[in-house]
Design a protein around this ligand. Structure first.
Ligand code: NDP
Length: 452
C-alpha cells in the first residue's frame, strides 16, 4: 500500500539513528494497513502520523558522585508517547545501551500493550544509560535521587506513572519513590512496583512472567493442549525469567535454560524449585553472574557468549516452548529457524520485541503459536494498573484477588487478539491481532478528543 510505504519512508528520514523505533513502527504499520483499507476515517484524521510522534520527549542531565568521590554524568529520558486513554504509563530502564531510539520503541509498543489490558493507561517509557552492574547500594541510591530530582516535575499520579524495567527493580523503585515523596511532600501512587508495605501490589513482581505463561496456556488451549510436561527454553535471569520459570514449574513444565548477558546455562535435568531459589538469591541479593550456577549444579553446562558466532545456541536445544525474557532482538533469523528445527511451536515473548522481523515472519508463516511481547508480556503493566487502582482506593487486594484479575486480563487480551486477527482476515495471527486490537481503542479516543 503506497500510503504505508510513504509513511515508513518519512519515519526513516525523520528518525535516522533509531533502528529499533523504526522496526517497531514498521511492524505495527504493516498490520494496520488492514484496518486503514477498511476504515479510511483513520487515514483522513492522520491517526497513524500522530500516534508515531511522541506527545513529549524529556531529556536531562543526571550528575552523581561515585564512592571514590568522583563526579559521574549520565543521561536521563522520559518519553511521554500517548495519553489519549489515560496517564502515561511504562517502565524505566537503566542499562548502558539505553538511548532515545530504544526508549521510543518501548514507549510506542507500550501504547498498544496498555490499551490491550483494557485498563485506562496511556503509554510512556524512560530510563538512563546508567549501568547498575557493579555499583554499590549507595551509588545506586545517589543516582536514583539525582534522576528523580529532575523527573519529579514531569510526573504525577494523574499525569505519568513510571515503573521498573531492565535494571530497575524493587531497590531502585524504593530510592526513586523516596526522593519523589521528599520533593513533593506527598505520598501518592506515582510509581508502581512499590514495596508491599508502602503502597505496592501483591503479585506485581510476579506479573510479567506469570502473565507470559498464562498467555502461552491460552494459546495452547486453542489446540486443546496444556503446558504440563512441556520442555521450555527461557532466556534472561532477571524479574521476567524468574517468575516465568516459577509459573512454568507450578504448571508441570520443565525449564532447561537460563542466561545473562555473559552467557547461558543448559540444565537438561530441569531447573527445579531449589535451583530457582538459588538463581533468585544469586541475582537479586548477591547480584552475581549466571555462570556461577554450574559451580553449584554440576550436571549443567555454561556457554559464554561468543561474539564471533551468528546465532545464540540457547535457542537450538530441543524443546516445545520458548519464552524469550532478556532483551530486544535476542532471537535473530537463524535463531528463529533453529527454534523451529528444534521442535518449538509455542513462543510467548516476556521481553519486548525479542524477535527480529525476519524471525517473526518465519513464525507467522509456519503457523506456530506466536504471542508477541505487546500481548504476552502485558501482565506486568496490567498489575501496575491494578496497583494504581488500589492506591486510589487506599486499599489492597489479596494475592488471590490480584492473581485472578491478572489471569482474567491475560485471557481477555488473548481473546481480543484472536477476534481482531479473525475479523481482519488473518485467523491465528497474533501479531496482527495485538497490533489492531491495541490500536482501535486509542485511535477512536484520539478522534473523539480532537486535534490535540
Ligand atoms: P532485569 O533487569 O530484571 O533482567 C534482565 C535480564 O536480561 C538479565 O538477566 C540481563 O542480564 C539480561 N539482559 C539484559 N540486557 C541484555 C543484553 N543486551 N543481552 C543479553 N542479556 C541481557 O529485567 P526484566 O526481567 O524486568 O526485563 C526483561 C525483559 O522483559 C525486557 O525486555 C523488558 O523490557 C521486558 N519487560 C519487563 C517487564 C517487567 O515488569 N519487568 C514488563 C514487560 C516487559 P545481565 O544481568 O547480564 O544484564
Amino acid at each position: 500500500m503506497a500510503y504505508v510505504e510513504d509513511l515508513l519512508m518519512e519515519v526513516k528520514a525523520k528518525n535516522p539513528a533509531q533502528p529499533e523505533f523504526i522496526q517497531a513502527v514498521h511492524e505495527v504499520v504493516e498490520s494496520l494497513s488492514l484496518v486503514l483499507d477498511r476504515y479510511p476515517e483513520y487515514r483522513q484524521a492522520k491517526v497513524l502520523e500522530r500516534i508515531i510522534e511522541p506527545e513529549r520527549v524529556i531529556m536531562f542531565r543526571v550528575p552523581w558522585m561515585d564512592d571514590q568521590g568522583e563526579v559521574q554524568v549520565n543521561r536521563g529520558f522520559r518519553i511521554e508517547m500517548n495519553s489519549a486513554i489515560g496517564p502515561y504509563k511504562g517502565g524505566l530502564r537503566f542499562h548502558p545501551s539505553v538511548n532515545l531510539g530504544i526508549l521510543k520503541f518501548l514507549a510506542f509498543e507500550q501504547v498498544f500493550k496498555n490499551s490491550l489490558t483494557t485498563l485506562p493507561m496511556g503509554g510512556g517509557k524512560g530510563g538512563s544509560d546508567f549501568d547498575p552492574k557493579g555499583k554499590s547500594d549507595n551509588e545506586v541510591m545517589r543516582f536514583c535521587q539525582s534522576f528523580m530530582s529532575e523527573l519529579f516535575r514531569h510526573i504525577g499520579p494523574n499525569t505519568d506513572v513510571p515503573a521498573g524495567d531492565i535494571g530497575v527493580g524493587g531497590r531502585e523503585i524504593g530510592f526513586l519513590f523516596g526522593q519523589y515523596r521528599k520533593l513533593r511532600n506527598e505520598f501518592t501512587g506515582v510509581l508502581t512496583g512499590k514495596g508491599v508495605n508502602w503502597g505496592g501490589s501483591l503479585i506485581r513482581p510476579e506479573a510479567t512472567g506469570y502473565g507470559a505463561v498464562y498467555f502461552a496456556a491460552e494459546m495452547l488451549a486453542t489446540r486443546g493442549e496444556t503446558l504440563e510436561g512441556k520442555t521450555c527454553l527461557v532466556s534472561g535471569s532477571g524479574n521476567v525469567f524468574q517468575y516465568t520459570a516459577e509459573k512454568l514449574l507450578e504448571l508441570g513444565a520443565k525449564v532447561i535454560t537460563v542466561s545473562d548477558s555473559g552467557g547461558y546455562v543448559h540444565d537438561p535435568a530441569g531447573i527445579d524449585r531449589k535451583k530457582l531459589d538459588y538463581i533468585m538469591e544469586l541475582k537479586n541479593i548477591k547480584r552475581g553472574r549466571i555462570k556461577e550456577y554450574v559451580d553449584e549444579f554440576k550436571d549443567a553446562t555454561y556457554t559464554p557468549v561468543d561474539p564471533n558466532t551468528d546465532h545464540n545456541p540457547l535457542w537450538a536445544h530441543k524443546a516445545d516452548c520458548a519464552f524469550p525474557s532478556a532483551t530486544q532482538n535476542e532471537i535473530n533469523a537463524k535463531d528463529a529457524q533453529n527454534l523451529l528445527d528444534a521442535g518449538v511451536y509455542v513462543v510467548s515473548e516476556g521481553a519486548n520485541m525479542p524477535t527480529v522481523p525476519e524471525g517473526v515472519k518465519l513464525f507467522v508463516e509456519k503457523g506456530i503459536l506466536y504471542g508477541p511481547g505487546k500481548a504476552a508480556n502485558a501482565g506486568g503493566v496490567a498489575v501496575s494498573g491494578l496497583e494504581m487502582a488500589q492506591n486510589s482506593m487506599r486499599y489492597s487486594w489479596t494475592r488471590e484477588e490480584v492473581d485472578n484479575r491478572l489471569r482474567m486480563i491475560m485471557k481477555g487480551i488473548h481473546q481480543t487478539c484472536v477476534d481482531a486477527a479473525e475479523h481482519f482476515g488473518t485467523p491465528g495471527n497474533y501479531v496482527n491481532g495485538a497490533n489492531i486490537g491495541g490500536f482501535l481503542k486509542v485511535a477512536d479516543a484520539m478522534i473523539d478528543q480532537g486535534l490535540v
